[in-house]
Design a binder for this molecule. Structure first.
Ligand code: ADP
Ligand code: MG
Length: 348
């Protein structure tokens, strides 16, 4: 059987890295994005630009591909569901529906007896007055947030005078965790009890945006094992196919919490491109295209640095050592807080 043609919804850097991984294993990619400047168009075999609600164009896209995946989880569920009726969308759209919504996501995780931060649904500002128990906390939109967008830190009730969230949207108030560390676990599930799992990655955020990731994570053996087990339980329960990332908090008392699940390849896993024989991107494609499972092997420890905003300028003409791998996302416009590239440094 010849290799399937892979359709990818979304054209950001994750789309670029998926397309590059696909090319390496001879899988053709067609990317569909609503951004005419989508950087991933430089790395795929064919690029289509249109709104996700443009049924005509989406239908043309479906005809050209065999399997569809996505590089960001906020593509409307309806779009994914419609596509899935004609050609398989992996991971399944029903998984997205849970994970797109912070309340549904946390309810799902707690049902598995896995700890999350304490949380409560908030629909009106004055409801927060009776939620002192959840303060200090973070008010987050239930849908469509990323990199800390749509989030408000609330230390005490009187802070409410200084913030003005748009209550046309729904929110979740999460109790602030006294963070010691953040880690993530990336797992690629191929089928029932068949998966490849990467070791936990330690993550440092600045202004709610990931700044550094590194392996090995400096964590106890207990946290190392528990975080991997929880990621396996979540992937199995979702009957997930492809690469998934679970983000965790560790508090000052060594308690582990799931922060959120990303039903896709993840920024903290960029170091897998250079530090492992098979990256999170290639594994995602292998799983959704039903290719052979190759056991993953760590080649080296690594640190990944996200290059944000105009920091990219100083990297563009920098000379790199042989253990340094620079990725320029080739975004047309530099914006503050925008992820513009990354650098992975392999160690020993
Ligand atoms: P996003 O969808 O924007 O990634 P997250 O919920 O992961 O949103 O929040 C981004 C970052 O903000 C987290 O990685 C963490 O550093 C910080 N953060 C979010 N929620 C909490 C919390 N309840 N306690 C402590 N820190 C938090
Ligand atoms: Mg996050």
């Amino acid at each position: 059987m010849s290799n399937p043609v892979l359709g990818i919804l979304g054209g950001g850097q994750l789309g670029s890295m998926l397309a590059m991984a696909a090319q390496k294993i001879n899988i053709k990619t067609i990317i569909y994005s609503n951004d005419e400047n989508a950087p991933a168009q430089k790395f795929c075999n064919e690029f289509m630009c249109g709104e996700y609600s443009n049924n005509n164009l989406i239908n043309k896209f479906i005809k050209k591909v065999d399997i569809i995946t996505f590089e960001f989880e906020n593509i409307p569920y309806e779009t994914l569901n419609q596509i899935n009726k004609i050609k398989p969308v992996l991971p399944k759209p029903s998984i997205n529906r849970i994970i797109q919504h912070r309340l549904a996501e946390k309810d799902f995780i707690n049902k598995l007896n896995i700890r999350t931060t304490r949380y409560i649904s908030i629909k009106k500002k004055n409801e927060i007055n009776t939620c002192e128990d959840f303060l200090p906390g973070i008010l987050k939109t239930t849908t469509l947030g990323y990199d800390g967008k749509g989030q408000y830190k609330i230390n005490s009730i009187k802070d409410l005078d200084n913030i003005n969230p748009d209550f046309k949207k729904e929110y979740i108030l999460e109790k602030l965790v006294n963070l010691k560390k953040e880690i993530s676990v990336i797992i690629t599930r191929f089928g029932n009890q068949k998966y490849e799992i990467y070791e936990p990655i330690e993550n440092v955020h600045e202004n709610q945006i990931l700044k550094y990731s590194k392996i090995p994570a400096e964590i106890s053996e207990n946290i190392f094992n528990k975080s991997k087990n929880w990621a396996i339980i979540i992937a199995e329960e979702l009957k997930y196919i492809g690469t998934l990332c679970v983000e965790f908090f560790i508090d000052q008392n060594e308690n582990l919490y799931v922060n959120e699940i990303a039903p896709r390849v993840h920024n903290s896993g960029h170091l897998t491109i250079d530090a492992y024989n098979i990256s999170q991107f290639e594994n995602h494609i292998r799983a959704i295209c039903k290719l052979k499972i190759i056991k993953i092997n760590k080649i080296a420890n690594a640190k990944m640095i996200n290059i944000i905003g105009d920091q990219i300028l100083k990297y563009k003409d920098k000379k790199f050592q042989s253990n340094e791998f620079f990725y320029d996302y080739l975004k047309k416009e530099i914006k503050a807080k925008r992820k513009m590239g990354h650098l992975t440094i392999l160690k020993g």
